[in-house]
Design a protein around this ligand. Structure first.
Ligand code: SF4
Length: 86
């Protein structure tokens, strides 16, 4: 449980730029995302975000197996796919 919470905090901190993301982490994340996009459990959706007072729809990929946002999940080195795909 503590590990899962730590991963969530790390993933979102990297997403928001609070923690830096190394080139190696970025590359690893890209390879994982490539697998996720071809996975039965991945789900694409649009999320409305307000940036500088303007609404903008952004594409969002999540995992239906664990309910995690894919980018945040894949950027955490110790994180694992719930069905063993990476
Ligand atoms: S984390 Fe695993 S189960 Fe979830 S979408 Fe990615 S490959 Fe599929």
């Amino acid at each position: 449980m503590i590990k899962a919470i730590t991963h969530i905090i790390i993933g979102w901190s990297k997403r928001w730029g609070i923690l830096q993301t190394s080139k190696a982490e970025q590359k690893l994340s890209e390879l994982r995302i490539e697998r996720c996009t071809r996975c039965f459990f991945s789900e694409q959706s649009s999320v409305l975000k307000i940036i500088n007072g303007k609404g903008e729809y952004q594409q969002h990929l999540s995992c239906r197996k664990c309910s995690c946002p894919i980018w945040q999940k894949t950027i955490v080195v110790d994180e694992k796919c719930p069905v063993g795909k990476w």
